[in-house]
Design a protein around this ligand. Structure first.
Ligand SMILES: Nc1nc2c(ncn2[C@@H]2O[C@H](COP(=O)(O)OP(=O)(O)OP(=O)(O)O)[C@@H](O)[C@H]2O)c(=O)[nH]1
Ligand SMILES: [Mg+2]
Ligand SMILES: [Zn+2]
Length: 274
């Protein structure tokens, strides 16, 4: 581990120019190492909602997003899952959905079954009962993986299990509200012992799709994207247009109403951000 500072010229452009996960060129200065150049990024997890003007890179050079939800405490926020899964698709990053705390409910596998049927990669884990950890470990080797999800779902706990000696701070769940308390406050990347890197992130409270072209939002919903070509209008937003294959599929139950509502919500956000 080396501590480095930003060289004046780089800093002048934008001190936020370097993100967690960036590859940089260092140069030796008097008695310290400085960042001389940030190498081009290959993919990044970005947050579009902070300012309407700029996107903020959460972690650079990511190739896999692991969306973590808890079976209970806190209850799964599936809008958040849809949002993150869509973001991964829009940022062109592979995605994995993990149901943690499976020890807390009876039928844990059913929580993500809709996503599994759509072809998304899903798995079930319990840090407490040591379930599914090997499975997840296999998925992390030689990749740059970012764990995201609500506060309190067990992201830091999972990483502590997967990376010996990591000892990240793990939080309490508020008894009153059944939510996490934002124990992790900043994103950080750690070398994965078998190769690759894993990043822990704070529970994301807000992550709007501002800055995303509204026409691309459906790309984040594989079942909606698949039906797009069957709609009467090529630029159908699947909202109130006539002869819309997506609205028909929602009516027949082939597409879950809940997913469709997530889509409409994210579509509205993308339009708001224009
Ligand atoms: N029952 C149960 N509790 C778990 C499990 N995994 C984590 N926890 C508990 O859930 C609480 C929150 O875990 P954290 O790892 O801090 O959650 P986090 O997702 O990192 O939360 P933030 O850093 O706030 O975003 C802790 O009390 C953990 O002990 C699990 O599989 N089962
Ligand atoms: Mg944490
Ligand atoms: Zn349509």
């Amino acid at each position: 581990m080396v501590q480095v500072s930003l060289r004046g010229r780089v800093k002048k452009i934008d001190s936020r120019i370097v993100s967690v996960g960036d590859l940089v060129e260092l140069e030796a200065a008097d008695d310290e190492m400085r960042i001389a150049r940030v190498l081009p990024r290959e993919g990044a997890l970005t947050r579009h909602g902070v300012s309407k003007r700029r996107e903020q890179v959460i972690v650079a050079n990511v190739d896999q997003l692991a969306v973590v939800v808890a079976a209970a405490g806190p209850a799964p926020d599936l809008l958040m899952v849809d949002r993150l899964v869509a973001l991964a698709a829009l940022d062109d990053i592979d995605c994995l959905i993990i149901l943690n705390k499976s020890d807390l409910i009876e039928d844990a596998d059913s929580v993500l079954s809709y996503y599994a049927r759509l072809g998304y990669d899903t798995m079930t884990t319990s840090v407490k009962q040591n379930i599914g950890i090997e499975n997840l470990a296999d998925r992390l080797t030689d990749r740059v993986t970012v764990l995201t999800g609500q506060s309190g779902v067990g992201k830091s706990s999972l990483l502590n299990k997967l990376v010996p000696g990591l000892e990240l701070r793990v939080g309490e769940i508020s008894e009153k509200r059944g939510r996490g308390r934002h124990t992790t406050v900043a994103s950080a990347l750690y070398p994965y012992p078998d190769g690759g890197y894993v990043a822990d992130t704070p529970g994301l409270q807000y992550l709007a799709l501002w800055g995303v072209d509204p026409a691309h939002v459906s790309d984040g919903f594989s079942e909606i994207a698949a039906l797009g070509p069957d709609c009467r209008f090529a630029d159908c937003k699947h909202r109130a247009e006539p002869n819309c294959a997506v609205q028909a599929a929602v009516s027949s139950g082939a597409i879950a109403a809940r997913r469709y509502e997530s889509y409409l919500r994210l579509l509205a956000e993308a339009e708001d951000g224009r």
